[in-house]
Design a protein around this ligand. Structure first.
Ligand code: CA
Length: 464
């Protein structure tokens, strides 16, 4: 009997240790934060000392991509683990933005919510014993609770209507941080997944006066020069600091992976991503490349950097692996587990990343010289990145102006060598023919594989 209870004790101890070993996951998603909008990526105007300290204490990813150039589709990809053609969220709201006379194709109708048939990341983590919270901006229809999160705290739930301030003066970034801290404290004894999705630094550009004042006399540097925008970023920095401090005080830091990421490029009228081309809404690097670091004391070596391209669909399989959970059956995941990179791995078993945007996004008076045309930030486009190469296929010219036969002259394809030409200035479409044809085939094959909806000619395939 004595031996039996001893064994029982050992068994429980093992289960306990195993349970404790499951890492907590804290994923902090900033809205519209540009690639250069944080100190660790090089801004000399905005101030992010806390974010920079954590970035320095972990691994910085220099080629981290969002799945889309605006909010909802990136979130849908991240939460579902799938590229946009599989869930149909391609943009925010309607896909037919801009003047109809200026649009040569009929865009694909946009899906505004993730189908409940999708197995979200929270649903995949649940069988491994995780408690999940989605705090902040959701933006993909239904509710977090209907998509497997135990807790969902959206802006209206905490009394905020329009903008970043409540009637009583409370600031949204602070409040969402309070909610995140509360969640961590309440769940410190079980493995948790915190998806903290700030509304900052999305428009309206509003910040706390006392912080704005601090930037009033600071000279701007090039396109980083807006005091209110800088103050918004500083509040995000304070939020990250408070979340991390909570983990430290509770002794959870070494068992918690903390990831910092943004959902798309910075907002053109307020910031810029130089030397990258373009910003939010464009499929040039400035619209989709994100600031990212992973901080995990004791697990990830400080002051490390990774230049392997990663994308927001990678978080799902990565978190599932770290949690010791299983990939859902009969459910395609388009990303990869990137945790081998955290240990110094130099590559992934993948050579291509894809984007698909079958809609229109109107221009808004900024970064116009960096977009392809002055009327739209983007027209319908599909993109592939392979090695150092990136190809953009523009559907209007492809469908209406002769496709592959006229590829030399119809301006349907742009090809860049991202390594040599990070600013996407030199279109090599008619120079690097071999690369062009290879990437084009890859992209067209991928469209077929994912059954990607393609915009139609007028009065054709347009579903209301
Ligand atoms: Ca966004």
């Amino acid at each position: 009997m004595k031996r039996f209870s001893g064994l029982l004790f050992l068994l429980f101890l093992c289960i306990f240790i195993q349970a404790k070993e499951k890492p907590n996951i804290v994923f902090i998603l900033i809205d519209d934060l540009g690639w250069k909008d944080v100190g660790f990526m090089g801004t000399e105007y905005y101030e992010t000392p806390n974010i920079d300290r954590l970035a320095k204490g972990g691994m910085i990813f220099t080629q981290a991509y969002a799945n889309a150039a605006n909010c909802a589709p990136t979130r849908a990809c991240l939460l579902s683990g799938q590229y946009s053609p599989r869930h149909g969220l391609f943009t925010v709201g309607n896909s037919d933005r801009g003047k109809s006379n200026d649009r040569r194709l009929v865009p694909v109708e946009n899906n505004k919510e993730i189908s409940l048939s999708k197995i979200t990341i929270a649903e995949a983590l649940k069988p491994a014993g995780y408690v999940s919270a989605a705090i902040g901006k959701w933006h993909v229809g239904n509710t977090p609770q209907l998509q497997g999160f135990d807790i969902g705290v959206e802006k209206p739930d905490v009394g905020f209507k329009q903008g970043h301030f409540k009637d009583d003066g409370e600031y949204l970034t602070d409040r969402l941080t309070d909610e995140a801290v509360k969640f961590i404290k309440e769940n410190k004894n079980k493995p948790f997944f915190l998806y903290l999705a700030h509304h900052a630094v999305h428009t309206p550009i509003q910040a706390k006066n006392e912080i704005v004042t601090g930037f009033k006399d600071k000279p701007g540097i090039d396109c980083h020069n807006d005091a209110t925008y800088a103050a918004m970023i500083q509040s995000v920095d304070e939020s990250v600091a408070r979340v991390n401090q909570t983990l430290e005080v509770l002794g959870l830091s070494e068992n918690t992976i903390l990831i910092f990421f943004s959902d798309n490029g910075g907002y053109g009228p307020k910031t810029c991503m130089k030397p990258l081309r373009g910003g939010k809404g464009m499929y040039y690097e400035g619209g989709i490349r994100e600031p990212m670091f992973v901080y995990w004391p004791g697990k990830i070596k400080p002051e490390t950097m990774c230049d392997v391209p990663v994308i927001s669909t990678d978080f799902y399989p990565t978190f599932v692996k770290l949690a010791g959970a299983k990939y859902p059956e009969n459910y395609p995941l388009d990303g990869l587990n990137i945790s081998p990179l955290f240990n110094g791995g130099k590559s992934l078993q993948r050579d291509k990343l894809f984007w698909h945007f079958p809609g229109y996004l109107q221009a808004y008076g900024a970064l116009k010289d960096e977009s392809r045309d002055p009327l739209f930030r983007t027209r319908p486009v599909s993109v592939v990145r392979k090695g150092d190469w990136k190809l953009l296929l523009f559907h209007e010219e492809w469908i209406l102006d002769g496709g592959r036969e006229k590829i030399k002259t119809n301006n349907s394809v742009e090809l860049y060598n991202i390594k040599k030409d990070i600013g996407e200035k030199i279109n090599l479409c008619n120079i690097e023919i071999e690369q062009r044809d290879e990437l084009l085939d890859d992209l067209l094959n991928w469209q077929k594989e994912t059954n990607a909806s393609i915009p139609g000619k007028a009065n054709f395939e347009y579903k209301m």
